[in-house]
Design a protein around this ligand. Sequence first.
Ligand code: ADP
Ligand code: MG
Ligand code: ZN
Length: 586
Amino acid sequence: MLLILIILFFNSPEPANISYNAFLEEVRSGHIEEVHIHGSRVEARDVRGHKYIFYKPNNPDFIPFLRRYLVKIYLEGEPRGIPFWGWILLGGVLVGVLFLIFNRRPVSFPSQFFSFVRSRARLIRPEEVKVSFQDVAGVEEAKEELREVVEFLKDPHKFTRLGGRMPKGILLVGPPGTGKTLLARAIAGEAGVPFFSISGSDFVEVFVGVGAARVRDLFVQAKKYCPCIIFIDEIDAVGRHRMAAAGGGHEEREQTLNQLLVEMDGFESQDGIVVIAATNRPDILDPALLRPGRFDRRVEVPPPDLRGREAILRVHARRIPLAPDVDLAVVAKSTPGFTGADLANLLNEAALLAARQGKDRVDMEDIERAKDKILLGRERKGIIITEEEKQLAAYHEAGHALIAYLLPGVDPIYKVSIIPRSRTLGVLQQLPIDERHVYPRDYLIKKIMILLGGRVAEEYVFGQASTGAGDDLEKAVEIARKMVCEWGMSDNLGPLVFPSGDYLGHIARGCFDMRGYSEETARKIDKEVENIVRKCYEKDRELLGKHIKYLHILAETLLEEETLDGETLKKLLSDLEPLKNGVFPG
Ligand code: ADP
Ligand code: MG
Ligand code: ZN
């Protein structure tokens, strides 16, 4: 806007309103009384008071000519570029822009300039923290390591007596919802020292230099309170790899990060300041942050395992009255992959469901329904589905279930249901018997076969495919692709990995070549993926074709009952023998 205004004011010539020849003629006939020359602009007035405006010709005879006809000549300076009202307008625009910027935050006017560069850190005093290590469950290793930090903060000399150095920075790394923020707060509670809490995004501001100033201020404050803890949540917002700003550096973030590095070098751990940071994207952090002397200790906060989940459930169940039929061990077993936050959410939903029905305890059924709601979306009671759609869903799910039943060594079936939900019309739930950490190739192939089972059953019974299997196919292809590209499980391409476009990660490392292999290899990969999926599909067709009788039994029972649990399903299929190992394609 400023630019446009300036251009307008400096470059706006008033159009001439008379031709030059006509003007000369007017002069000759004695009509022109006076001429004002402002630089190159000429303003003439005739006897009747008419104004003529044009540009001064580049002719040395112009003025003598005027004098000959006794015209009064006024020579004046260049016209001013921006008239008075123009300045007022400009000023108004500037004030408006500033107002918009500052008005984003509810800060009172006089203090806003000064508080702008203050760190946004919140100082939490020890007596305010109500979280302790007991409230964090299932991450024993992380707790163990952090306990050491707490001991250090309580008595620094005990550790530095022999010349050792405590870590200055601790990086908590783990997926969202695993309790990183909670852990940091627990440390504050346990250590009994002041705790500065700030989120990485609080440093980020449109103005260059503000983030850096805030970092400086944070450390100045912290030094007044040592021993103390500085906690920077979601540090990836500032600590991103400095190459990461694709297309023209991100000056501001870079400065902030540099300031953080400088500050971390600037204090000694004897001072009793410990910086704890949390992130779920350690891969995009700037390596300089991870160097010894900065965030040199890395504490993993993984998603909980079976025992961890049970422990977390126990922590959260302390606030909730449970009916005697609730077995948290069973709940933990049926929630593989849930993080701490998911589990907290599960119990909360269950408590709400129970309260809505006027119960005074949460029972197993509430938890079960809450889990389905979280995993599959809300039940859609009002939805109208046609008889055809219902049949389709029943055969689709029966297809998944029958394949899962036939294949040995897969996760046992927990539940099949065709109750429509916000995201699906039906579902097959399996539960792992024990938590796996590595998966053999065979397991993956069988997983693909189960995923394809729904589609194959539809085709068998209705003679055509439907859109209902889209999700399944996507998942199946993804597993197959990972088998080829990430786990080196294809015969033709061998035990190689082909890193694919993890877009953010690549950008973060400043690498724009997304693929590290040739066009030809890409084609081979596609072929291999197709091969795997196709073979699984053929095997499914063979299996379902052979046992079509049981497919009908399953689907019809599903149509009547809507939900079948694992036990019922086994009884229904009791005279069908599951396969023995070693018959799988690929
Ligand atoms: P993160 O910071 O790792 O994304 P949070 O610490 O914010 O996750 O966790 C969110 C909530 O989930 C916590 O407030 C807590 O109620 C629950 N939670 C997560 N992990 C755990 C855990 N290990 N033990 C107990 N509760 C947990
Ligand atoms: Mg967090
Ligand atoms: Zn399906």
